[in-house]
Write a protein that binds this ligand. Sequence first.
Ligand code: ZN
Length: 463
Amino acid sequence: MKKLLLLAVTLPALAVAQPAPDRAGQLRDAALNGDTVAWDFLEGLTTEVGQRQAGTEAEARARDWAVRKLTQLGFSNVHVEPFDMPVWVRGVETAEIVSPFPQHLVLTALGNSGATPAQGIEGEVVAFDSVAALEAAPDESVRGKIVFVDHHMMANQDGSGYGQFGAPRRQGPSIASRKGAIAIVVRSIGTDHHRIGHTGVQSWANGARPIPAAALSVPDAEQMQRIFAHAGTRPVRMHLTLTPRNTGTHQSGNVIADVPGTDPSAGMIVIGGHLDSWDLGTGAIDDGAGAAITVAAAHRLMQAGPHRRTIRVVLFGAEEPGGFGGDALYARHHPADHVVLVGESDFGADRVWRVEPTLAPANAALADRIAALLAPLGVVRGSGAADAGTDLGPWVRGGVAAVDLNQDGTRYFDIHHTADDTLDKVDPAQLRQNVAAWTALLAAAADAPDAIEGVTPPPARAR
Ligand SMILES: [Zn+2]
């Protein structure tokens, strides 16, 4: 914890010699200096519910908890919109090197992993430096073996390494399966050096039979490199036990809460985060924080009094296993609802460092105003390529304007999808800065005098 506090960013102090801020500026500053709603929401959710794996009874308890909390906070139209989804749950997960250097390794199963028999499997390990190297390997070199895939992801502020270096998790299992491997272990898609695995979803591509698939902790992946170097020509053999299972179709759901506006013809703003989490931690940074931040910002607008556009907060179900909640919302509400602007918070709890306003040319004044309101928070203006995340991305691809408030991702992938995703990793001052940024955005957009127009969908980006 000491180390984390040292890492915490010093937030810019607000200059004293500026003209008196307008309502949006006042709301922003009040959030920055004194918001307690986001922390209270996040602390309550992670304590009273804990992990919230999609489609399980834990996620159902989280929906009940959120409905009660949002109702207490005074939101309108609080309700759940259920949908069905296939559910996969973790079982036993152990691995040992059998020879030439017997030892235990730490790993965790990837979403939709196949299972070994209860007694596990044993096989020779074949190692690859990248998914491209695995793809290029002759099938005979892989058939009947356990594949290990390494990668070279480093931490960076915008988190862009996740798209590129996530390939071993996303594509590796299907490629290994098609080549006849009996199992695959990948280096965790993470940037820490703690002995914990990073889980995450992967889907079996056409024709790929499910095989056991897991992520080694980063220290254990590095240990594998050394084991191979020291083994020389001796085969490296692994014993692997993974017993996850598919439990069938179960219910998930999106939790909806509104702050009604005064002018229904001006359209609705939809923001949110996802309520489900992976099962290993308590889902504090992914994505209890995003839910808490957007709830707190909308609550500030509610308390400030009447504004023009309705603000809808959606706490999405089942994001982690494949964006089921985002797809369900879009299918149900597009184009029936007049949604004019969307934005999701789903990149942890560290400070907002960049704004990406993707608004129509006719709304240049609004984009300028949002950027100006965020500048005192140290937020830089990007080139305008918002994608609104997994959950609200369908709206952007459908031509709805979006604003991304990009969070500092430097330490996000140290914690992401691990047992370490717990409340103590959240810095309260940076959480308040997030609420301030979302409050400023909502205040500007909710009362923007001009119509908020549709946009040309941006080209798809790797996530
Ligand atoms: Zn997330």
